[in-house]
Design a protein around this ligand. Structure first.
Ligand code: ADP
Ligand code: MG
Length: 267
């Protein structure tokens, strides 16, 4: 078995009950340790559904999803949570608790059945807070955080899981430039860390940051893979204009394609 192949989607088609069309059609994706894959696509193109399928939360109608060679739905929740951590797009049920306790929740798949926290759990929490520049927030109540602080705490909680694959669904949506850049830099550094062997799948609307930070881009269009590969091969003017239905210019910067949306020509 390919030990580095963490996630494998094979020709996955998925449809929600009652929906008139498939949310995903024939999508394949391999994610290995050391890969940073960005998933791009218009609203409703199936990005979040891809995450749900990858986690075994939705079973594909056709195709398979394998995590370390085993169907995602066949893993127990705790065992899967030791392999894959998710920073979800939305999260509503916030417990009234402090930041450290929130990040400690990320340790649940590692805790003993009695749930007693050990020194190594506390160390993992401290490390995760440090990596996310959130150490100073440790004693704050979760509801007092700004949008950006809260995102960093959610990422810290995911890192406290010590997963092999990190999945982030639009994690920079409420971040300013510095925190947005720091998040991309952090994910890149986690993937590149020599000992870590982490893989990352990041769903984002930041075409340009995806092009600069990711090794590969998966571009979805109405549930289908419009293009998949190196940023320079995927993010061509023709493809971006077709998928996002808007005129753009593409210019290289640091050897990566950068997209500039054009103004509509006046009538
Ligand atoms: P994205 O994350 O790219 O915006 P989603 O994966 O959330 O897209 O949605 C893909 C398609 O599936 C959309 O047409 C959306 O309306 C539909 N969809 C998403 N979640 C559900 C659901 N729980 N029930 C029915 N349809 C859904
Ligand atoms: Mg989504």
């Amino acid at each position: 078995m390919d030990r580095d192949l963490i996630l494998a989607l094979r020709d996955v088609t998925a449809r929600y009950p009652g929906a008139s069309r498939d949310a995903l059609v024939g999508v394949s994706l391999d994610v290995r340790a050391g890969d940073f894959v960005a998933v791009l696509g218009p609203n409703g193109s199936g990005k979040t559904t891809l995450v749900r399928v990858a986690l075994g939360l939705r079973s594909p109608a056709v195709g398979t999803t394998l995590v370390l060679g085993r169907p995602a739905a066949a893993w127990g929740r705790r065992a899967l949570a030791r392999l894959v951590a998710v920073v979800a797009q939305r999260e509503d049920n916030l417990f009234p608790q402090r930041v450290r306790e929130t990040v400690l929740l990320g340790r649940y798949p590692h805790l003993s059945p009695w749930g007693a926290e050990r020194a190594e759990d506390r160390e993992a929490v401290t490390r995760a807070l440090e990596r996310c520049d959130a150490t100073a927030l440790g004693d704050r109540w979760i509801w007092t955080l700004s949008g950006g602080e809260y995102q960093r705490v959610r990422l810290a909680r995911a890192l406290a899981q010590e997963p092999r694959l990190l999945v982030l669904d639009e994690p920079t949506a409420s971040l300013d430039i510095r925190h947005e850049m720091e998040l991309f830099e952090l994910v890149r550094a986690l993937v590149d860390a020599p000992a870590g062997g982490l893989a990352a799948v990041m769903i984002t609307h930041h075409v340009n940051l995806a092009a600069r930070f990711a090794d590969r881009v998966l571009l979805l269009d109405a549930g289908r893979v419009a293009a998949h590969g190196r940023p320079a091969d995927v993010l061509t003017r023709e493809t971006v204009e077709r998928v996002f239905a808007w005129p753009v210019a593409i210019q290289p910067f640091d050897d990566r394609p950068q997209m500039i949306p054009l103004r509509k020509p006046s009538p």
